[in-house]
Structure formats: structure tokens, C-alpha cells
Design a protein around this ligand. Structure first.
Ligand code: ZN
Length: 58
């Protein structure tokens, strides 16, 4: 099982393995994340949170 943080609003997941220039994790869609790490969608345990974009918006 892979535990990842997912945004409740836009459904993006946090990719902790990729850091942006400012040190924050990048956020990608679940489909992109699974394809990137070759993970079956069912193997993900999502912990719901908010991504920085949605935090700003809501
Ligand atoms: Zn979001």
C-alpha cells in the first residue's frame, strides 16, 4: 500500500518524491501519479487534505 495525500477539491495527489524549486511537493492527478510510479490505482491509500492551490481558493 502506498499512502499519499490527496486534495478533496481537485483530486490531485501530492508527489513527495518531486520537489519544486521552493521546496514544496508537486501535485499531480492520480492518473499521472499511478502511471509515473507504475502503481495500480487500487494500491493507493488516500489521506484527504488540500493542495496549496485549493487552500488559496477556499
Ligand atoms: Zn486541490
Amino acid at each position: 500500500m502506498t499512502n499519499i495525500a490527496a486534495c478533496c477539491f481537485c483530486q490531485k495527489v501530492r508527489d513527495d518524491r518531486v520537489k519544486r524549486g521552493d521546496g514544496t511537493a508537486s501535485w499531480v492527478t492520480r492518473r499521472v501519479y499511478c502511471a509515473k510510479y507504475q502503481l495500480p490505482d487500487t494500491d493507493l491509500t488516500l489521506s484527504h487534505t488540500y493542495c496549496p492551490d485549493c487552500l488559496k481558493r477556499y
